[in-house]
Design a protein. Sequence first.
Length: 195
Amino acid sequence: MTVSLSKGQRVSLTKHDGATLTRVRMGLGWDAMKKRGFFGMKSQTIDLDASALLFDAGGHLVDQVWFNQLKSLDGSVRHTGDNLTGDGDGDDESITVDLARLPRKVAAIVFTVNSFTGQNFSQIENAFCRLVDESNATEIDTEIARYDLTGSGSHTAQIMAKLSRDEAGWSMTAIGSPTSGRTFKDLLPTVSRHL
């Protein structure tokens, strides 16, 4: 069963039977709005990029996964590749996280999205992030939580969500904080406020 989250809402990643999830996938999907041109409506290309930023308990960035580094140093977090247009249905970019393999020093993972080509979110529609349980390879897309990135505006990036580790296990918090930047490096000051 999917839980739709609003900004600030948190959901535990502990299963109903008490077991914790061992593998999750954060999916990002979007469509570019058609622009009115001289000869009618015209398609545009928008390159959104998903990134996963790994932090220790002190809030220090210890690793990052993005289009320029498709896996974490230890291999527990992997990006499926850069989608330059958002064309197609479903997840346009995905980042998988093997929670069981993450180094103990990783206390939080923050997922961000930014417009590499510089268009703002008022030109993007149907944008979402979702967390999928991939612990059981035989199950197909068991969606745990979905967060619609519906806030149109002049921002070119958004801090999507955070996975946090505590004594009870992992949880996800929907953030949805608008900001601006072309890569995750530009977003670090905003991300630090959500750790």
